[in-house]
Ligand binder design. Structure first.
Ligand code: SF4
Length: 51
């Protein structure tokens, strides 16, 4: 289980100073089926834009 998630998406409501993710858990999805081959094919689905 990932303990310290670092993230640079600073307009997400779970983002905190020092590029820390404060979500209890995150869900990472693939845009290339269930076997991504490049970083660019993955994304955080837990992302929630800060209003
Ligand atoms: S939920 Fe995802 S996008 Fe938001 S801060 Fe955490 S890792 Fe980044």
């Amino acid at each position: 289980m990932a303990k310290d998630v670092l993230c640079e998406v600073n307009n997400c409501k779970y983002w905190s100073n020092g590029n820390k993710c404060t979500a209890d858990a995150i869900y990472v999805v693939s845009h290339a089926g269930d076997r991504a081959t490049k970083q660019e094919e993955t994304d955080c689905k837990t992302f929630d834009p800060e209003m």
